[in-house]
Design a protein. Structure first.
Length: 132
């Protein structure tokens, strides 16, 4: 089956990374992830990321760069991650859709939340590139 990409944002504010707690589906609820979602057919991953961040968090964000790596999720999905930042003047993120809590994590707090198992290597890689 063709791989389908789920894009995740390593959304940064200075040296803090945004983590989002899923509210659904039941088997993922309560676990933390990088906000994002499925890339639609014909859509560029970077465009999907901006769209998902607007829908889920109500923010206007810009994509900065790809975090190297592709992490398997439930087939046929794979996770790819881009760094992103908020555009100047945009509202702060709010858990509008799919999430019931948000946390800005410093490097020292990165492992204080219960990340989805499949996000752990992606967050580790993102932190290497982003956080001092
Ligand atoms: N957004 C996101 N999804 C992840 C991560 N890790 C992970 O396993 N997933 C899974 C959860 C979901 O099964 C799938 C992404 O689905 P989603 O529900 O966020 O995507 P979507 O907004 O496009 O939702 P929909 O079209 O199904 O309504 O990937 C992650 O870090 N971010």
């Amino acid at each position: 089956m063709t791989e389908r990409i789920v894009v995740g944002a390593a959304l940064l504010d200075g040296d803090r990374l945004l983590a989002a707690r899923r509210s659904a589906p039941e088997e993922l609820a309560g676990r933390w992830e990088l906000p994002g979602g499925k890339v639609e057919p014909g859509e560029r991953p970077e465009a999907a990321l901006v769209r998902e961040l607007r829908e889920e968090l109500g923010v206007d964000a810009e994509v900065v760069e790809r975090v190297p790596g592709t992490w398997p999720l439930r087939s046929p999905y794979v996770l790819q991650v881009w760094t992103a930042r908020l555009k100047p003047g945009t509202a702060g993120p709010a858990p509008l859709q799919d999430h019931d809590a948000l946390r800005w994590l410093t490097a020292g707090e990165l492992w204080d939340v219960d990340w989805l198992d499949q996000d752990v290597p992606a967050v580790r890689e993102a932190s290497r590139h982003l956080l001092p």
